[in-house]
Design a protein around this ligand. Sequence first.
Ligand code: SF4
Ligand code: SF4
Length: 107
Amino acid sequence: MRARTPCGDCQLCCQSTSVASLAPGEEQIYASEIHLGQLVIAKKTNGDCVYLNESGCSIHEDAPLACRKFDCAAMVKLKVRVGDEIYRRGKELLRQGHKPQLKKVAA
Ligand code: SF4
Ligand code: SF4
């Protein structure tokens, strides 16, 4: 099940500034690569996730755990360092009244 993050049209987590980690075993399911020694979802040459298309995530409900659980607003609350744009988006969601779940949030 997805985090209840109200992403709307935001795709920051799927674009070139972001790297989605894969949980052990998920490399059997998803296209993957190694980034700085970490197993991550594979990227296109422009840096975007290979599963991102014009209408958004092509695998949506079946996306990797990190994608389904990530909440940029929780990262702001938990003071976890993320990219500037994602941090700003998290702050925006908090201003809009979004209340993130602060337990079991995967970065
Ligand atoms: S930055 Fe926040 S709103 Fe945007 S895609 Fe990521 S989790 Fe969703
Ligand atoms: S799998 Fe989907 S949600 Fe996850 S980074 Fe790729 S496009 Fe985004």
